[in-house]
Structures are given as structure tokens and as C-alpha cells.
Design a protein around this ligand. Sequence first.
Ligand code: NPW
Ligand code: K
Length: 512
Amino acid sequence: MAELLSAAQMRAIEAAAIGTGTVTGLELMERAGRGVVDAVLARWPALADEPRRAVVLCGPGNNGGDGFVIARLLVQEHGWQVDLSLLGDPGRLPPDAAANHTRWCGIGPCHPLTDRSLGTVDAPPDLVFDALFGTGLARGVDGDAGFLLGNLEMLRADFGVRCVAVDIPSGLCSDTGRDLGNCPAVDLTVSFHAEKRGHRLSEGPGFCGHVTVADIGLPHDGRSHGSAAPVWLAEAPTAELLAKSPAGHKYDHGHALVMTGGPGHTGAARLAARAALRVGAGLVTLAVPPEAQAEVAGQITALMMLPLRDADALTDLLWDTRLNALCLGPGLGLDARARSLVEAVLPLRRAAVLDADALSLFRGDPAALFDLLHPDCVLTPHGGEFARLFPDLAGKMDAPGYSRIDAVRDAARRAGCVVLLKGPDTVIATPGGDCAVHSARYDRAAPWLATAGAGDVLAGLICGLIARGLPAAAAAETAAWLHVETALAIGPGLIAEDLPEALPAVLAAIGA
Ligand SMILES: NC(=O)C1=CN([C@@H]2O[C@H](COP(=O)(O)OP(=O)(O)OC[C@H]3O[C@@H](n4cnc5c(N)ncnc54)[C@H](OP(=O)(O)O)[C@@H]3O)[C@@H](O)[C@H]2O)[C@@H](O)CC1
Ligand SMILES: [K+]
């Protein structure tokens, strides 16, 4: 699985490799610069047909150092014409960047960066390399550098100039994916060793264009990250994870119980239940208030149904330990009955997915919910629900350096269970700090998934997978991937009802 690195982890990996004596910082910088040039020519092979003109904007740190390498390689190995400008005093460059500045100065001029460093609109360059700031960006970019970054947008739109970000577009926080000020949207971002969190989180993907990772020869052994626990990019589940044993019977695959709301409010739970069944739970039962029975009975076939009057009846029902995964929240309602169901169920410590109303019920009193939760629970808030349960953490998400990853990790620790914060950058964390990001951006962008009922389907998928025996966090990650994959399989026009129906083809493609 691919890791998403913080800036501190990347620095720790680099320092550890240099510390072993197997590589120097200067060698890493050379590989980084070469990696960018190779990635550009791989992306746009026609650029190699004839010498081109490039502008390279270098910053005061090692990101700028990469820029000097790129400029040198373009001139010496490809015969390009390069205009290079440096922000800041060359005498204050860090050692490896300074060494590459010296090498560049033997080849071409290093202009001080001004508001004219992009050249004139009469003769725009073919490419601009943004090597101003990388993982060392500490604040928004202002002054001439900010002005130039703002102009990149216009050069791309009006003159077709291709813009390439070295490591990360300057202005984008590599830990949070937030624009700290004047971040340009580029065509191609070439990162090093592994993607940084900012490439995947929040606004980041909107700025990065196409992202590619250049291998600069650092080890992927996961031992040299510093103290912080890794964050993984969620990937496709394996066939083994989702396949069913040929010898099994339906009770081997669990029995999910999904609570509905009252009359006129049963659709969300029915969607969740159908998703749970489609993803392979052996049996799925809807627990329905008696007055809604007729409505539900007319809508279901393979799903089962039980009348459920109140919390006492639910407690009695759960003497049947074959009911091994619960889903509460979709359409459940915000009344006293709904709250009593949640409060009755959680002390029994049965695995449970809490979504939608089951979360909103505790707005203003989230501690009452946290007291009841246990590690086999999964909370699946969207941004608004997250802010109701964790107002302080949601507020901090605007603070510098505090990302959705930090917020969800803190939330999971506080809640004592798995938390999945929904979005195009879904973050899943456990109370112990394990964390995965499911990214529905770039080639997995699924904008049609933002539709009524899609969240109910996700809750049902998680519940169904837990019923099948997956641990809560693995169920959440797998469900997030399947949810987006089914959306991609359906494409434009999808509505939530389609999602469970598209699962068989998706499962077949995985080989389950
Ligand atoms: N790690 C690795 O393995 C490898 C890393 N490599 C490369 O190194 C890059 C990281 O280099 P880096 O740490 O020197 O940071 P970088 O982004 O160049 O900027 C730091 C400088 O900018 C300044 N500054 C910050 N914000 C500012 C602002 N808004 N406006 C103005 N100034 C601002 C800051 O000043 P200060 O905040 O200290 O005042 C400092 O002087 C990384 O992204 C990759 O490209 C590769 O070579 C290969 C291997
Ligand atoms: K950059």
C-alpha cells in the first residue's frame, strides 16, 4: 500500500538515508531534478521533438535547489533555452541548493526574481517550472513570488503554457492540502519518493493537476518515518478479502440488522440494508416500527423484516447473537425513540455503524455518545455531522498545519471507535491512530456520488462487511473503495438505488 507522507516524515526519511552514508543530499537533489525532467517528457513526449523555452522559478530552499538541477539538465541534455530566476539571496541558500546554484551559474544567468520573471506575453515560454517552495512552505506566498504564481493561471488559460510544480504547487500546504495564499493550479506535479498528504487532502487535488511520483532511491521500508504513525492511501480490496468460502452457508456470512424510521422515513434504511445484502452479508433484517411495517413489506423481497416497538424490544432481540452487525441512523429520526434505541444498543457492545440521525441525535451532548461507544463501532459523519460531534476539532481544521487526518485521528481517539469522515478525501482512523485516506480525486473522481442516499449505501456496505467478519476499520476502508468503484462503474446519472445494483459487476471484476 502507498503511504501519504507528512513533510516531517519526508525529512526524516531523507535524513535517515543520508545518515547511513548510502546517499548524499546532493545526489538526492540530482535525482529529484532528473525525475522532474523525465516526468515532463513522459507526460508530453512531443516536447522532446525540438528545443523549447522554459522559465524556472527557484525559491530560497531545497525546492529551489531542484529547480537549478532541472534548468541545467534541460540546457545540457536537451538543448532548451531556460530563463531562471531566484527568490532571495543566493548567499543564503542551503548547502545542496547552493552547490547547484554554483553549477547553474557556470551555464546561464541567475536573475533575481521580479514581477517580470515570467517574461512577456509576446513571447510566452512553453513551460514554467514552479520550484519556489516545497515541503518547507511555512506561510502564504506574497510579494513578487505571489504575483507570479497568480499570473501562472492566466498564462495557462490564455497562452497554453504548461506549468509544472516541483514536489507540490507553491502555496499549497503539503500536510493539509490547504492553499496558504496564491497557490497556482498547475498541469503536472512531480513529487518525490511518495505522495505528500497535501496532494490528496482538501483543496490540494484541485491545484496539482496530474500527480506523478519520481523514485529518488529512498527506501520504502517504513522504518525511518520518525515517530508519527503512517497514513495509507486506501487501495482496491483483494479478491481473497471479499471472496466467500464455497462450503459456507448463509449464517457463516453474518446477519446484519438495520433500523428504519417511521412511516415515510424507511427509504434510507432500506437502501443501507440492500447494500449490506449485496456486499455479501448472509442475511439482512430491517427492524421496523409496527406502524411502518406495511410500507416496508411492500418494498422488499430478499431482505427480511421484524417489527420493533421500542428499546426494550431491541434489547430482547439482541439476545440472538447471530445478529452480529447493526446499522443505526439512516432515516432513524431525531425523536426520543431513536435516541433510546441507540442508547439501548451500544452497551451490548455489538458491532455497529452509526450514521446520519444516530450522530445528530447527540448534537449538543456528544460526550453522552462517546461514553457509550466501543472499538467495534464506526461513526460515518459528513462534514456537518462531524462539526456537531467534534466542534473544536472541526474548528481547528482551519488552523495552520492541522489537517483532516489530524482531526479524524483526534476524533477517533476521543470517541474510542473508528471514525470515517466522508468526502472526496474520506479519512478513516482508529482510536489507536491507524489511518487511511480514501481519495476520490484524480482518476477516481466520482462527482455523481454527491447524491441523496449515497451515504446510506456507504453505511450499509460497512455494516454488511462487518457482518461478514471484517474488523471495523477494514470494513470502513473496503466499503469506501467499493462505494466509489460502483459509482465509477455507473457514471453520470447515477442515483443511490443504482449503487447496490452495480456491486455484482464490481465484485466480479475484483475476482471475489
Ligand atoms: N526531503 C527530501 O528528501 C528531498 C527534498 N527535496 C526538495 O527539497 C524541498 C524541501 O526543501 P526545504 O526544506 O529547504 O523547503 P523549501 O520548500 O524549499 O522552502 C524553504 C525555504 O522557503 C522559505 N519560505 C517558506 N515559506 C515561505 C514563504 N511563504 N515566503 C517566503 N519564504 C518562505 C523558508 O524560509 P523560513 O520559513 O525559514 O523563513 C526557507 O528558506 C522539497 O519540497 C523537495 O523539492 C529534493 O531535493 C530531494 C529530496
Ligand atoms: K513547488
